[in-house]
Design a protein around this ligand. Structure first.
Ligand code: SF4
Length: 332
């Protein structure tokens, strides 16, 4: 591990002023991803700015019905907050499906948004990786790619986005608020993470000096909610395929639906075409299977991950079934 400077700040404007260049400076809070990567020599910041003392630890209901979540709210605090459990059950379930209790007590909302891929080649500086070292190649394309993505890939990178929380946030709808040298701005959650394309090293829409201060969740959506995560073991493991589903019924038919996928894509993945395919249709297994086909229609399999296309579809059908069951239970 290389040496770095460590600075602590108390105010947001101090934090913003302290950052000069994302390639050399880094904000650190829980450190549950960043410090691992620094120890592995994958991330090599020259300066880290400790933001744990910033006043960004509140969860507050806004007048327009949305929920404003401070960047430093921990994953466990968010998952167990009474309004999140009541109005955003799919997000609470997604958070609790991630990592371990100990890690969730440290990991923050903004840190989870900034989480890096678990691609083993990314985490090994001896291997070629376009995301870590642009232009060096992608060891996963012809390597062991069982855990890699089938949606949103490019011939430069096929790494899976690892977050459960972000999948839940795509389903409920959210906005990221950042503070930077030019003031504050808002970014729709779905636009924040970038597809790898030709520049996999550029993972998000954050400019030099910008700090995530809040995530604002949309006003609660009607309907039943469920997050299903399929993985190699029952806890402390990343998703092979996951699905966050919100289903609202009008009689026996789907009035509205939100579907987001994890474990199968290079970013938290909104399955919008599948949502549209459900609207107005009876909430039957046959129609859920049809929507799952639509959601994975553009999937591309590599040598070891073809099973994810089937698994992703199964995750969607089961999540829709269970979200629908909760709708019925709520209505009754
Ligand atoms: Fe790197 Fe992406 Fe290839 Fe993994 S899949 S080795 S992160 S370029």
């Amino acid at each position: 591990m290389r040496q770095f400077e460590l600075e602590s700040v108390e105010k947001v404007d101090q934090a913003v002023a302290s950052q000069r260049d994302q390639r050399r400076d880094a904000f650190v809070a829980g450190g549950t991803t960043l410090l691992d990567l620094v120890k592995l020599d994958v991330m090599t910041p020259e300066r880290m700015v400790d933001v744990t003392h910033l006043p960004l630890k509140r969860i507050e209901k806004l007048d327009d019905g949305r929920l404003k979540v401070g960047a430093l709210v921990t994953n466990n605090e968010l998952a167990h907050h009474e309004l999140v459990k009541r109005d955003y059950a799919v997000l609470s379930e997604a958070l609790l499906a991630g990592a371990s209790t100990g890690l969730r007590n440290l990991a923050t909302t903004a840190g989870n948004v900034m989480q890096r891929t678990r691609c083993p080649y990314y985490r090994d500086p001896a291997m070629p990786c376009n995301r870590r070292e642009p232009g060096s190649g992608c060891a996963a394309l012809d390597g062991i790619n069982r855990n890699h993505a089938v949606l949103g890939t490019s011939n430069r990178c096929i790494a899976t986005h690892p977050s459960d929380m972000c999948v839940g946030m795509v389903a409920v709808g959210a906005t990221i608020v950042v503070e930077g040298p030019q003031g504050s701005r808002e970014i729709p959650f779905e636009d924040y993470h970038l597809l790898p394309g030709d520049t996999p090293e550029k993972e998000h829409d954050l400019k030099d000096g910008e700090l995530i201060t809040h995530v604002i969740l949309d006003a609660p959506r009607a309907g039943g909610q469920h997050y299903l995560k399929l993985r190699d073991r029952a806890s402390y493991e990343f998703a092979l395929a996951s699905c966050a589903a919100i289903v609202e019924l009008d009689g026996d038919s789907v009035a509205s639906a939100r579907l987001a996928l994890g474990g199968v894509a290079t970013k938290p993945w909104r399955a919008e075409a599948a949502e549209k395919a459900l609207i107005g249709q009876p909430a039957t297994r046959e129609n859920f299977e049809r929507a799952a086909e639509v959601a994975l229609a553009d999937a591309v399999a590599y040598s070891h991950n073809g099973y994810k296309i089937t698994l992703g579809k199964q995750a969607i059908v089961r999540a829709l079934r269970d979200a629908t069951a909760r709708t019925t239970a709520t209505a009754a």
